[in-house]
Write a protein that binds this ligand. Structure first.
Ligand SMILES: [Zn+2]
Length: 326
């Protein structure tokens, strides 16, 4: 199968685009994070991804929603979405064409999360995989251990008469952090962007603890979840003016030394919605693929490690017109 890597993955044989970065007539979209969506004419995606894309402005797209593990024929290919464990609705895409099985991982996580469907990894001949954390120094602690640290941070901050603010992305991380706060005895507030996305999670039946929408100007008597970009907003300035706050950044990058200094927060917690280094290796093993193409993050370094371990691997680069032949 031929792969053209040019502003997204293009498979000329079955005439498919996977997560293209420019609008296309038809595209398969793995999940609704901003770097994976565009205003295409026709989109094949999971139902939650379609709902999130609509919320993010893709109102003119015609959506064909696919269930997980249910193959559909499209053009000359057979396409099956498998849950990717990254955020709600995230999918790996298996393309079967010309007696080949090509698996595109999208963004994925092997560890079970609280707010996304657990991953199911199919077998494939060729894998195109994300390698965001593809260096051995990225090994994450147990999820429950990090969740306890986050709850402890919130509780002690409130006991000290301050208000905890957790900076996290509005889609995926926000809902995972919210789920980690299950059982706490203080109010949980979500900023508008988090609130809107969380409503979709609730509509799709994800169990979540009770939360409230933060109204700018109100007294903050619990924990606030918002994006780090909010610190530039006037409403956030008002929060800082009227309450003593302590901030924490929630991201896989918190594993790096100096994370608090880098994120300008009081604390940083390594909770990620991506696979860590060991889980990237495990993913390769689970697919049974002979040929692996890496993308995002440490693509070159991880491909080199795979080659040293006896795999046939190379990074895919966003080079105009680059062709890879399998
Ligand atoms: Zn993502």
């Amino acid at each position: 199968m031929q792969v053209l890597f040019k502003n997204g993955i293009h498979l000329p044989g079955p005439r498919l685009w996977l997560d293209p970065h420019e609008p296309q007539s038809t595209a398969i979209v793995s999940h609704a994070h901003a770097d994976h969506i565009q205003k295409h004419d026709h989109v094949l995606a999971s139902a939650p991804t379609a709902a999130m894309m609509r919320l993010r402005g893709a109102l003119r797209c015609r959506f064909q929603t696919l269930d997980y593990c249910q193959p559909v024929e499209f053009e000359d290919a057979r396409i099956t979405l498998y849950p990717a464990g990254h955020i709600l609705g995230s999918a790996q895409v298996l393309v079967e064409w010309d007696d080949m099985r090509l698996l595109y991982s999208g963004d994925f996580k092997l560890r079970p999360g609280r707010s996304a469907e657990p991953i199911e990894v199919p077998q494939a001949d060729i894998v195109i995989m994300e390698t965001t954390f593809g260096k051995p120094r990225y090994r994450f602690p147990e999820t429950e251990e990090v969740a306890q640290q986050i709850r402890h941070f919130c509780r002690t901050t409130l006991e000290d008469g301050c208000a905890p603010v957790l900076f996290c992305y509005s889609l995926g991380k926000g809902q995972e952090v919210l789920s980690c706060l299950e059982g706490v005895d203080f109010p949980i507030y979500l900023h508008t962007a988090h609130w809107n996305m969380t409503a979709i999670y609730r509509d799709f039946g994800v169990p979540l603890p009770f939360f409230r929408k933060f109204q700018p100007g109100q007294k903050l008597d619990g924990v606030l979840l918002c994006a780090s970009g909010c610190r530039r907003s006037s409403w956030f300035y008002n929060v800082e003016r009227t309450a003593k706050i302590r901030t924490a950044y929630i991201s896989g990058w918190a594993i790096d030394s100096g994370a608090c200094w880098r994120f300008r927060t009081d604390a940083a917690f390594p909770l990620s919605d991506h696979a860590d280094y060991d889980d990237l290796l495990e993913y390769v093993r689970l697919t049974g693929a002979k040929t692996i193409y890496t993308m995002h993050g440490f693509a070159e370094e991880f491909a080199r490690d795979l080659c040293r371990a006896g795999h046939q691997a190379q990074p895919l680069r966003e080079t105009t017109g680059q062709l890879s032949f399998f």
